[in-house]
Design a protein around this ligand. Structure first.
Ligand code: HEM
Length: 307
């Protein structure tokens, strides 16, 4: 379902997601002292968070209603349709296929999938503006693979295999920006030895992905934005297992392949059509706001249509 940016509902949804990443971020005292919610249940943004949750759930319940009314069991259109069909099986509730679970899973996907991808794209544009030479190389590769002038075609995800520099650039963006710096909270199911320490059963475990991405012992020059670090001597793309923007282990990001596809297609489309440069009178930097998702400070760009 597509919402027009000018619609009040679109603005409201974007605001709800922004509130969510801010309120659940590490700068909120609740992140360190969760018991505060019992002392002051409406402070620390909790009231807004609950209102937003109720609004989002209402939106998904409405969508579920529309889906139910138009469901064609022989031709499921999407995730909601498939879930609704699954709910008709006799043991559905025992397998957690319930109305409540569907609306909550939809909300999870919406919250986890929206701000992360758009913020990654924002970082990519900021880094292109700060590194015009990299932008030029990506554009040369796009033009070489997708054609120019009347022969130009839109990118598809399969073009990735022929665009090692673009892929290296996106991998370097995800390393340098680390959009989800602390992954998602995990819990130790049992006492676990780790690097000479014991992580006690029940401990909250937060993986600092940015520490891995910025480790000077491994990268040498972690502060430098340098896609070439992921290009082999023969010009091919080098995947590096130290780049883990989607987390690691059994609970790594469920949306990784979708996010990679979105990022590649949107990024190449934008750079194919436009040249991005810094709007005058501002100092660009990689400083960021502390939220559940790491967001760059506001910046302005000039956008020039490419021939
Ligand atoms: C560039 C975009 C994205 C980034 C950087 C990102 C990053 C992450 C990270 C770091 C985690 C935590 C993994 C862990 O704790 O080990 C995570 C979890 C998750 N992500 Fe993403 N994500 C992105 C896009 C998406 C999209 C598009 C969706 C869905 C449509 C999504 C859905 C989820 C879900 C459901 C989880 C929880 C998985 C679980 O606990 O089993 N993410 N993501």
């Amino acid at each position: 379902k597509r919402l027009d940016r000018s619609e009040p509902e679109a603005k409201q949804r974007v605001k709800e997601v922004n509130d969510f990443v801010t309120i659940t971020g590490p700068s909120n005292p609740l992140s360190m002292f969760p018991f505060l919610r019992f002392i002051s249940p409406n402070s620390f943004g909790l009231k807004e968070l609950k209102n937003n949750r109720d609004n989002s759930l209402a939106m998904f319940q409405e969508l579920m209603k529309e889906h139910r009314q138009t469901l064609d069991r022989a031709a499921p259109r999407d995730f909601i349709d498939r879930f609704l069909i699954e709910m008709e099986s006799p043991d559905a509730a025992a397998r957690s296929f319930t109305d409540e679970n569907l609306s909550i899973v939809c909300m999870d996907l919406f919250l986890a999938g929206m701000e992360t991808t758009s913020t990654s794209l924002t970082w990519a544009l900021l880094l292109m503006v700060m590194h015009p030479d990299v932008q030029t190389r990506v554009q040369q590769e796009i033009d070489a693979v997708l054609g120019v002038g009347a022969d130009r075609r839109l990118p598809s995800y399969t073009d990735r295999a022929n665009m090692p520099y673009t892929e290296a650039t996106l991998q370097e963006v995800s390393r340098r920006a680390t959009v989800v710096p602390r992954a998602v909270g995990h819990s130790a199911l049992q006492d676990a030895p780790l690097g000479g320490y014991t992580v006690a059963k029940g401990s909250l475990v937060l993986m600092h992905l940015d520490v891995v991405h910025m480790d000077p012992a491994y990268w040498g020059d972690p502060d430098t934005f340098r896609p070439e670090r992921f290009i082999n001597a023969d010009g091919t793309f080098r995947r590096d297992e130290h780049v883990i923007p989607f987390g690691i282990g059994r609970r790594f990001c469920l949306g990784e392949s979708l996010a990679r596809m979105e990022m590649f297609v949107l990024f190449t489309c934008l750079l194919q059509r436009f040249r991005f440069s810094a709007a005058p009178g501002q100092t660009l930097s990689l400083e960021s706001r502390v939220a559940a998702v790491r967001q760059p400070n506001e910046f302005f760009v000039n956008i020039q249509l490419r021939g």
